[in-house]
Design a protein around this ligand. Structure first.
Ligand code: LIP
Length: 279
């Protein structure tokens, strides 16, 4: 199957590049984007998200007609979110939709590919930086063809941590987010950052720019590709409860080293959003 998956990965790279052109074109277009909302008033979607997802899925279907899909906007439109053993493309057409709406310059196209529920390759295209991050299982992670390596830092007090706050705004959730932030900041760490896209945050961990990233509330399409990029760059993934990472749990810690991941987990006030695979 090796060559078949390489063909699929090559296709993912060119589909992501094409999607990036569509995103850049939309940002150049003077007409204002129509912004719609999904799970909450701050969970945004635009016609460009929908258009890009359709383009990617259409092009994949033409080449790989038997493959399955989990796409952020297809799921929002009512398609089932079902990860089976089948070759499955897990697509976030625009990761960082809020950034896109506000022209905040970190926007990614994220395409993960899983077989037997194991990630085989991940492609994250940071469209405005023109950085193509790729990883294939067992073959390393790359940015624009250059190998990626996580940071060697083992002291959390010497680390930068990336964090995002999700799109849930009920008081209880916001309180938990603040408790975690306060604890992490007070360790102290050198700083807390957030690119506004899970996929790019994970690529920053893989690149060694930040030691770790955590978030509760993400979906499988936000982290599928990035998770392989982090592990192939030498990093580790955990659930925010300290257990093994589970792409359906909507909780992730991605770190350069296990010692950093485990230290971070101690400070996170974890909670349990409805799982992606809940019936
Ligand atoms: C977004 C993530 C971001 C997170 C949001 C959302 P979208 O993805 O990448 O990091 O904080 O909750 O999931 O909606 O732009 O694809």
């Amino acid at each position: 199957m090796a060559d078949l998956w390489q063909n699929a990965m090559d296709h993912a790279v060119s589909a992501a590049r094409h999607a990036g052109e569509v995103v850049r074109e939309a940002l150049r277009d003077d007409r204002k984007q129509t912004v719609m909302t999904k799970s909450s008033s701050v969970d945004l979607v635009t016609q460009t998200d929908q258009k890009v997802e359709k383009l990617i899925i259409q092009s994949v279907k033409e080449k790989f007609p038997t493959h399955s899909f989990i796409g952020e906007e297809s799921v929002s439109a009512g398609e089932p979110l079902l990860l089976t053993d089948a070759p499955t493309w897990i697509i976030d057409p625009i990761d960082g939709t809020t950034n896109f709406v506000h022209t905040f310059p970190f926007i990614a196209v994220s395409i993960g590919f899983s077989v037997n529920k194991q990630m085989e390759f991940g492609v994250v295209y940071s469209c405005l930086e023109d950085k193509m991050y790729t990883a294939r299982r067992g073959r390393g992670a790359f940015c624009n063809g250059e190998p990626l390596q996580v940071s060697h830092q083992e002291d959390i007090n010497q680390s930068i941590i990336a964090a995002e706050f999700g799109s849930t705004r009920d008081a209880e959730t916001v309180d938990k987010i603040f408790i975690s932030l306060r604890r992490v900041l007070s360790l102290p760490v050198h700083g807390i950052r957030g690119a506004g896209t899970a996929a790019i945050n994970m690529c920053l961990v893989a690149s060694g720019c930040v030691e770790a990233y955590y978030e509760i509330g993400i979906h499988v399409w936000d982290v599928a590709a990035g998770s392989l990029i982090v592990s192939e760059a030498g990093g580790v993934l955990l659930d925010t409860d300290g257990g093994p990472a589970d792409l359906m749990s909507r909780r992730i810690v991605a770190a350069n080293r296990r010692i950093i991941a485990e230290r971070l987990v101690k400070e996170i006030e974890t909670f349990s959003p409805i799982r992606d695979d809940a019936a």
